[in-house]
Design a protein around this ligand. Structure first.
Ligand SMILES: Nc1ncnc2c1ncn2[C@@H]1O[C@H](COP(=O)(O)OP(=O)(O)O)[C@@H](O)[C@H]1O
Ligand SMILES: Cc1ncsc1CCOP(=O)(O)O
Ligand SMILES: [Mg+2]
Length: 246
């Protein structure tokens, strides 16, 4: 994965995402070196998705009518060879969300599904306690990732204290990061944006996902050393995302 190339190209990442994290995600992706655009108007999503470097579909505050639009955008991305990342926010919380994800993966060729353990477990039909958009960390993330990858037939990323990437056969794990990421909203959503930006320049999506995970979590570790709590963590995280890895 060539970060210099990404920063030169500044890939456009089309987001159809939730209202909670739009600003934070846009700032984080800009700091990292990508170019965010948030757009969900049915009349324009195909035009934007087909010229983007990657498309993020995030169901955090999705409404019934948005699902059709996401599918439309996803299919336009597929036609143009633009990779699609799906973040199944809160998928374990309601059957509406779980069904929304199922419809999207049935109708769109999704390259990566990235979520926390509770969300991905729900998609793999593994029972776990889920409270809203936050994860229950009691499950076996490796097992959850493998089962979900098999069921969804996509690359799956399960986030948490240890992150797992699975394509159903091979599993990669990464244990960087800081618990402070769990004390701000949008930590997972921003990771998805960075991953999508990396997928636009690195066609081996497993490599792109691992690079994004490690880069992001190491930046968060450095930021955590400089702060006393979640309020000051956010600006330090943005600063660290703009630096070289290390
Ligand atoms: N306890 C933890 N220690 C270290 N890193 C964590 C911890 N919990 C989450 N992370 C990191 O925070 C980011 C968001 O993960 P997570 O909290 O699982 O997602 P979400 O915000 O979607 O629930 C990931 O990069 C993950 O590696
Ligand atoms: C709090 C909340 N509610 C609906 S979407 C959302 C943001 C979730 O962000 P993340 O999954 O990155 O924690
Ligand atoms: Mg999330």
């Amino acid at each position: 994965m060539n970060l210099e190339l990404l920063r030169e190209e500044r890939p456009l990442v089309h987001h159809m995402t939730n209202e909670v994290v739009m600003n934070f995600t846009a700032n984080g992706l800009l700091a990292f070196g990508g170019s965010p655009v948030m757009a969900k108007e049915p009349e324009e999503v195909e035009d934007i998705a087909s010229v983007a470097g990657a498309l993020v579909l995030n169901i955090g505050t999705v409404r019934k009518e948005d699902i059709e639009t996401m599918i439309k955008a996803g299919q336009a991305a597929n036609k143009a060879g633009v990779p699609v990342l799906l973040d199944p926010v809160g998928a374990g919380a309601t059957s509406f969300r779980k069904n929304a994800v199922q419809r999207i993966v049935d109708e769109v060729d999704v390259a990566v599904v990235k979520g926390n353990a509770g969300e991905i477990a729900a998609l793999a039909d593994i029972p776990l306690n889920v409270k809203g958009v936050d994860a229950d960390e009691s499950g076996d993330a490796e097992e959850i990732a493998s089962r979900a990858a098999g069921k969804l037939q996509t690359l799956v990323v399960v986030t948490g204290e240890t992150d797992v990437i699975s394509d159903g056969q091979e599993r990669l794990t990464s244990s960087h990061g800081t618990p402070l990421l769990g004390s701000i909203t949008g930590a997972g959503c921003l990771l998805g944006s960075l991953m999508a930006a990396c997928m636009s320049v690195e066609k081996d999506h497993k490599k792109a996902a691992l690079f994004a995970l490690e880069f992001y979590n190491r930046a968060a570790e450095r930021a955590a050393k400089k702060v006393g709590g979640p309020g000051t963590f956010i600006p330090h995280l943005l600063d660290e995302l703009g630096k070289a890895d290390g």
